[in-house]
Design a protein around this ligand. Sequence first.
Ligand SMILES: Cc1cc2nc3c(=O)[nH]c(=O)nc-3n(C[C@H](O)[C@H](O)[C@H](O)COP(=O)(O)O)c2cc1C
Length: 277
Amino acid sequence: MEWLVYERMVNVELIKVAVDGKKCIGCGKCVNDCPSKALKIENGKAVYSGKCLECGHCVAICPMNAVVMPEMDMSEVVEYRPGTFDLDPEKLLNAMKFRRSIRNFRSDIFKPADLERLLMAGRYAPTAKNTQATKFIVVQKELAEFKKLFWEMLPAAIEELNSEGSPAAPALERFLYEYIENRKDNFFFNAPALILIVTDNPWDGGLAADNIELMACAMGAGVLHSGYLKRSIPLSAKLMRWLGIEGRTVSCCMLAGYPAEKYCRTAPRKRPDFTVR
Ligand SMILES: Cc1cc2nc3c(=O)[nH]c(=O)nc-3n(C[C@H](O)[C@H](O)[C@H](O)COP(=O)(O)O)c2cc1C
């Protein structure tokens, strides 16, 4: 294999993109599709010539499969074949309409194949500047232990929120009271799994959460985004340590599992506020 990039590196940064000169036909598709202009055509071949966003478009678009990214897991790259991802737009829209926030779950935890799909869905969401710096944490086998720690830390968290004058404090106080009085759990409901999305970029986190939720719908599962858990968990250094994310940002937090309820129809929405110009 003649990896042209080795000869043409313009700086000493790690090789991000390598083009197999024997396969490359110099069509320029990778050059045109590269958002950071990291590739150019020289002597009829694509060569790597500078800073790379590592978005992988060059790998994905090459009709000759001539491009690799040595730092990436190339074994994961899937070839396109007709039918690989046929999505019916009407069915997809219906899936979005029928998606519900789930507050009543079956007790079984995710089947391994389902869990893998959920996590892959989150991981394949786009990230700003392609940082791919998002961490995903699923707590299911150890959820009872986590919940015990959570309830233990909650009074101190409420005190902190109260001292900040946070509008979330009264609701949390009520939830704590209901839990103590009659074991009603307004935080975890009866969910078998908790998923945390850890990233400093809230947009990245939201997109990953959305992918996960949609995937959950596709496999007959569901989630509940929990603003209250997202607000409360980071208030406890002990919980953050337990999760292994001290000093990091919990961007999204959701309960997940298989729903115990079935919905007969979609839920109404406010009248749309669309502007198309
Ligand atoms: C960012 C976000 C945070 C939420 N936090 C909570 C929460 O803490 N507790 C809860 O019961 N529902 C929570 N929800 C669910 C919303 O109440 C729910 O999406 C809304 O009532 C519409 O219902 P639907 O999702 O079934 O369409 C949250 C939703 C979002 C998007």
